[in-house]
Ligand binder design. Structure first.
Ligand SMILES: C[S@@+](CC[C@H](N)C(=O)[O-])C[C@H]1O[C@@H](n2cnc3c(N)ncnc32)[C@H](O)[C@@H]1O
Length: 308
């Protein structure tokens, strides 16, 4: 597997799942190592065959050039279906959440995926959750999500919904959000009320870029995430200590995954180093973990259970 991934992208795949530099002891203790698998390779192979089709790539480039005079990049991807992304396979997701697929029942389970884009990443969670809710600020992406059968909630009002979720996810949204602090507050409020775990992922080192800003036209958030240092490992540490902890989240575990994007004429695929954090809301007053279901024990508190 390793050699296949290296052949496709040329980057040593050892670093797709492991940080290049040493981790702080806090980050090391919470680290969960993911591994490459066939679904990851399949995405890369498909991307490779699309990118080497020069006729298709020429049509695509002309189409994007025309559309970019009117639409944002995200809207263009929503209209055309270009720019497909891959973060994890179903089995990588199941092993990160310690889901036992034999005993798992998806009926009556709700997942909410915030900033879901075209739903590519969301789709890998669908078999575990019968009801998929999503938010998006791009109207074209919202259309894509509806066409996939997902229930799209208002992107600015989702935290006021009455629905209780079994899991809330925000993949690669925090550094794209106009107010990362408000997003973390809403995540805390709804996950605490739902008594569920949260997954937040983002590309590290952090680089903010706001494409959809209801507060104005700028590409900067109202407040930057409080991370210091230059490396992926530095930012993992500061995300745990300076960002999630003050937002009343305990990091249960985290993993490194390659965030892959379909290629173009220049590259067969694009790779970004993602950090995926599994979070548990803490009680605001004393910092203790919020009560879980009666069946959850110390040893399995990092997994999503049938009962949740
Ligand atoms: C980097 S993309 C991530 C898409 C997908 N979650 C993934 O991991 O591939 C960020 C997405 O968040 C959407 N977005 C930005 N701000 C948002 C907000 N406040 N609420 C909902 N979606 C938002 C953008 O339109 C974009 O599709």
């Amino acid at each position: 597997m390793t050699s296949q991934l290296e052949r496709t992208y040329g980057l040593r795949s050892k670093y797709w799942y492991l940080p290049e530099t040493s981790l702080s002891s806090t980050a090391q203790e919470l680290f969960f190592k993911s591994s490459p698998d066939n679904e990851t390779q399949q995405f890369l192979d498909e991307s490779n065959s699309i990118s080497s089709n020069y006729f298709w790539q020429t049509v695509r480039n002309i189409g994007v050039m025309i559309l970019s005079t009117i639409y944002s990049k995200t809207d263009i991807n929503g209209i055309t279906g270009f720019g497909n992304m891959f973060l994890f396979s179903e089995s990588q997701f199941a092993s990160f959440l310690e889901i036992d697929r034999q005993s798992w029942t998806s009926a009556d389970k709700n997942v909410l995926d915030l900033g879901a884009g075209n739903g590519d990443i969301t789709a890998h969670m669908h078999s575990f959750f019968n009801n998929v809710y999503a938010t998006e600020l791009s109207p074209k992406m919202r259309n894509r999500l509806v066409s996939k059968g997902y229930t799209v909630l208002d992107a600015l009002e989702w935290a006021n919904t009455d629905v209780k979720f079994n899991l809330i996810t925000a993949f690669n949204l925090l550094d794209r959000h106009y107010s990362p602090g408000a997003l973390l507050q809403d995540l805390w409020k709804v996950s605490h009320r739902s008594n569920c775990l949260v997954i937040v992922s983002l590309v590290l080192p952090v680089s903010h870029y706001v494409e959809f800003n209801p507060n104005g036209t700028g590409t900067r958030p109202d407040k930057f995430l409080n991370v210091q240092g230059r490396t992926y490992a530095d930012h993992v540490h500061h995300m745990i200590v300076n960002v999630f902890k003050p937002a009343n989240f305990e990091v249960v575990k985290w993993t490194r995954l390659p965030y892959l994007c379909e290629g173009d004429m220049n590259n067969s695929a694009y790779y970004l180093p993602d950090a995926v954090f599994l979070l548990k809301s803490l009680n605001k007053d004393d910092g203790s973990a919020s009560p879980r279901t009666a069946t959850e024990t110390e040893s399995n508190s990092g997994s999503v259970h049938n009962e949740l």
